[in-house]
Write a protein that binds this ligand. Structure first.
Ligand code: RB5
Length: 146
């Protein structure tokens, strides 16, 4: 598997944890930063990650900002992207099974009820169910640009 990972200054530490975890799982990760605490703009990192995702044979992307909100909303403005911002492992699993999300976002300043690596694993290990969920995704994606 291959993933692209990007974050703003609010996600530097969590990105390190996630990269280490992906490495342990044998998932190739391309990291686009930022890797310092200097203030940057999260839409720039969402854009970089989505463009990289589109350019290669990626399985998914991971985006992190302080809350996960700004960077996920930014990614979701880009064509073909379904970036989930799960509250827990259940939501992370279901967003793959039902929404076939291709990006997952986290907040580096958020207290999650479980380790983020566990939430991420629930997303990675789930399978899209297709069927009626594909119909709903088709309708969701048809909303782009409206
Ligand atoms: C940056 O201070 C912060 O606004 C950003 O990381 C994110 O939380 C925005 O949604």
């Amino acid at each position: 598997m291959k993933a692209v990972v990007a974050n703003d200054h609010g996600g530097v530490e969590l990105a390190k944890t996630i990269l280490e975890h992906l490495g342990k799982r044998g998932i190739e990760a391309v990291y686009l930063g930022t890797d310092t605490s200097e203030s940057v703009d999260y839409p720039d990192y969402a854009e970089k990650a989505v463009k990289e995702y589109r350019s290669g044979s990626y399985d998914f992307g991971v985006l992190i900002c302080g809350t996960g909100i700004g960077i996920s909303v930014s990614a979701n403005k880009m064509k073909g992207i379904r970036c989930a911002l799960p509250q827990n492992s259940y939501a992370a699993e279901m967003t793959k099974r039902h929404n076939n999300a291709n990006f997952i976002a986290f907040g580096g300043r958020i207290d999650y009820p479980e380790p983020v690596t566990q939430i991420l694993d629930s997303f990675i290990d789930a399978e899209f169910e297709g069927g009626r969920h594909q119909r709903r995704i088709d309708k969701m994606m048809a909303l782009e640009g409206k």
